[in-house]
Structures are given as structure tokens and as C-alpha cells.
Design a protein. Sequence first.
Length: 259
Amino acid sequence: DKANMFHLIRRCCFHKPFKLQKVTGPRLLLYGKYKTTWASLGIWLQRDMCLLSRSPSLNPASVYAIKLQAFHTSLPIFKKKTTRESETKDSGILQRSMKLLKDSPKPALYLSLAGLIPFVSVPLSMAIQGTYYPELAFAQVTYGAVTVSFLGGMRWGFALPENSPAKPDWMNLANSVITPLLAWQALLFKDITQGAIMLVMALGIALHYDVSLLPTYPRWFKVLRVVGTVVMVLSLLATLALKAFSEEQLSNGGNKWQN
């Protein structure tokens, strides 16, 4: 009975037959020095064990996986971007933007830059002379209203051709009408400050439409739109700053005259 049980255990647990040998004395030391180590013995037992690997309930790999899942439950550590990495990324964006501007068609680039001259010249001329001119400020707001209306009508021209990627649906055509309405409203204000603020809002909405809602525009055109919008907004804000400075000087001068 014992022999049958031994053969049964050998057949179920081991692929290779083995013999039990009684090893004692120097032979044991020699055998342990040249033949095997504890690590190799563990690897040999893990490789030749078949019963545990076949049984899904006693699979040691699943047990160790459960233990690992239980212990490795800490939150992931996010590596913070260093200042050098952020500066490199920003410089890369600027370099790509400048490259896109250089690669843009020359007529579109030069005409767009020339169209910014009326915006920049108004606050620049008033700052050089040191005087605020309401007529020049109104001319700047009027030119801004015309520019915003042009940007709105440009989407109609982009959506109407049959082979255009933008469809002439309610989204594209209705959004094109909103910015001209805001520009018209800017001309109705008696105060230049309110008109300029309305134009800044209209320019921001138009830029959002061109960059986000119409992604089929060329990349160079999107960069050109961002640069143009930033220059126009800064010019309008500079005019408002000069207006506020001039009004403050007039109020201070009137108070001194009364005193």
C-alpha cells in the first residue's frame, strides 16, 4: 500500500521520476556544493509541480496577484513639470506659431498685418501727442465694427461652396450673424468705453468660432487670427486707458481751478 501511494504521488506531482537516496557526511557537502542550492531547488520544485498549477483554486500565481492588489493600492505619483520643461514647451509652441506665420500665404499675412495699422495707430498717436481725441477713438471703434462684420461674413463664404468641409447649417450661418449684430450695437453707444468693451466681446466670440467651431480652417490662419485678435484687443484697451487718464487729468484740473 505504501509503495502504491508513493507512485501515485510521484505521478500526480512530478513530471520527472526521481529516486530517494540517503546522502550523509562528505557526500552531502559535496552534493550541496556542486549540484544544487536552495534557490535552484525552489525553481526546480516550482517548475515541476503540476497539481497546484492545474488547480484554479490553489494556483499560487492567483494568490500572489490578490496579495499584490491588496498592497498596491496607493495613489499614483504624478511627476511635476520643472520650470525648464515648461519653458521648453512654451518656447516650442512659440516657435511652431512663428513657423506657421512664416509659412502662411504672403498676401494673407501682409494684408492681415496691414489691417492692424488703424487699430495700433490711434492709441499710439494719442500717446505721442499726450492728448485724447474722441474723434480718433470713435474712428477706431467704427473700424473695429467693420472688421468684426468682415470676420462674420467670412464664415458664410467658407460654408457656401459645395465642396466645403463646413456645411451651411444653422450653427455656422447663425453664428456668423451674431458678431455683426454686436458690432452694430457697439456703434449705438454714446460712450466710447461701452462701444469698445462691446467690440472686445465680439472679437473674443469671433475668435472662439474660428478656432473651436471650425477646426477645418488651416493652422496658419488660426495662428494669424489669434495674433490679430490680441493686437486689436490691446489697442482698444490702450485707447480706453488713455481716455480714463485724460478724464482724470481734466477732473483734477477743474478741482484745482475751483480751489
